[in-house]
Design a protein around this ligand. Structure first.
Ligand code: ADP
Length: 434
């Protein structure tokens, strides 16, 4: 189902002219209203009238996370506080939180894009959504909440964590959909198995999973463990919150639609900032085309992915592939770039291993070492197999990623689980030495 079919299938030429009109207005708007942007554009010798259409976007300077921190908390707001109706802050995964504000129109658009996202995920009016994203400063809880209401779903605002209560509500209220982080969906799937709760005692059909990187191996585990279709939702508070992009349930695995009438995406080279051709991997950059309270020009998300059109899909909007990781979470090991999702992808080909793993990075002298701690699956009980599996995993990782890593097989249940929110899968012990 398409929530706003006219906009979601707008022919590309029309989408481009809409984006062009919006970027012209936006640049004039921030130049007038946000001292930071006036100064930045002046310093780069750019006048708002130089931006004639969306094709001129690359003339604009980037906005980066430190710009938000330098203007903490409210100096990037383009409207007086009397027009702001909500304030959120990033969960501060890396450093001090960044603050964002929304006008009434922003909140309406936020709800609309989440409603589009949920509809793409297969949700329908009348279905119940158990929303297990955290409520609070984090945009996940309230973002999903308002969008689900907009679509006409019945929201169960349970928030994150409290696994006993989640399970009770899943059984008693029989929601058809649930939203949470993929790592928390793993936790729930595992709890159902551990407690021997039959899956026919619940009615979940759709999991809307996001807020952290995940791969097909987690999709498989969660889909089998909870009997549902697991669909990706992506977003970040600086741009809006969840619902900047979403997968369609019928096009699973082919990427997530970016709602590009509101969020204009670019992929740029992570070192030079130069725009990259369609399909190439680089840093995702967004311009908020319609935001009122805190619009951002060319915001450097630090997320690494690619974007591409495919005209056989249901909608005209561009798609993005899965996020490999954040540029600042990328490990550089003996000169090789490494995202934890690359290891996750290799692990999925080993039926005797579970997608519970952790990368432990240490430094011996000036050599960096990575240890992969990965759990064997509960069904695997052949002690004699262990060395063979370790050797095969080590070889596969070396062949696919180009790095030799130490492999440690752990008993099921040893690796930390998500207790409700985002889960870090990297333990970087090098920081202790520096
Ligand atoms: P914080 O930066 O404190 O974590 P946010 O909650 O705004 O704040 O998180 C946004 C970030 O979460 C994104 O920039 C991205 O790195 C990650 N993220 C969100 N959704 C996804 C997703 N579906 N896949 C991968 N990463 C995601």
């Amino acid at each position: 189902m398409l929530f706003q079919p006219d906009m979601e299938t707008l022919p590309l030429e029309k989408l481009r002219s809409l984006q062009s009109e919006r970027i012209r207005n936006l640049v004039a708007y921030v130049y007038d209203r946000v001292p930071f942007y006036k100064k930045q554009l002046d310093e780069h010798g750019i006048k708002p009238s130089d931006i004639k259409g969306i094709g001129d976007i690359h003339k604009l300077p980037f906005t980066v996370k430190t710009d938000l921190r330098d203007n903490y908390p409210f100096d990037l707001f383009a409207v007086p506080m009397s027009e702001v109706i909500r304030i959120h802050a990033s969960s501060g995964t890396t450093g001090k939180p960044t603050v964002v504000g929304y006008s009434r129109k922003d909140i309406n658009i936020f709800s609309e894009v989440v409603a589009r996202s949920l509809a793409a995920a297969g949700c329908r009016p009348g279905m119940k959504l158990q929303n297990a994203y955290g409520y609070g400063l984090f945009t996940g809880g309230l973002g999903l909440h308002y969008g689900a209401e907009k679509l006409g779903m019945a929201v169960i605002p349970v928030s994150g964590g409290m696994t006993d209560r989640q399970i009770m509500l899943l059984r008693d209220f029989q929601p058809e959909a649930m939203s949470c982080t993929p790592s928390y969906a793993q936790t729930l799937a595992e709890e159902f198995a551990k407690r021997d709760i039959p899956l026919d005692s619940i009615n979940l059909k759709i999991g809307i999973l996001g807020a952290e990187p995940w791969t097909e191996s987690i999709r498989k585990q969660v889909e089998a463990g909870l009997h549902l279709d697991a669909v990706n939702i992506y977003g970040l508070s600086e741009i809006m919150g969840p619902g900047v992009s979403n997968e369609d349930i019928d096009e699973k695995g082919t990427g997530s639609y970016i709602w590009e009438d509101h969020f204009f995406p670019e992929i740029v080279n992570k070192d030079t900032g130069e725009p990259l051709p369609e399909g190439e991997f680089g840093v995702l950059v967004f311009t908020t085309l319609t935001k009122e309270a805190m619009p951002l020009l060319r915001y450097w998300t630090n997320d690494i992915t690619n974007i591409y059109y495919e005209h056989s899909y249901k909608r005209t909007h561009i798609k993005m592939g899965p996020i490999r990781g954040r540029a600042d979470d990328m490990l550089i090991i003996r000169g090789v770039n490494l995202f934890h999702t690359q290891v996750e992808e290799v692990i999925q080909h080993f039926p005797d291993l579970s997608p519970y793993y952790q990368l432990v990075v240490t430094r011996e002298g000036n050599m960096d070492e990575v240890e992969v701690r990965v759990e064997t699956s509960p069904e695997m009980n052949h002690a004699e197999n262990m060395e063979g599996i370790k050797g095969n995993l080590r070889k596969k990782i070396k062949d696919n990623i180009g790095l030799s890593m130490k492999i440690t097989l752990e008993e099921p249940g040893v690796i930390p689980r998500s207790e409700g929110g985002k889960l870090s899968r990297i333990v970087d012990k090098r920081k202790v030495y520096s």
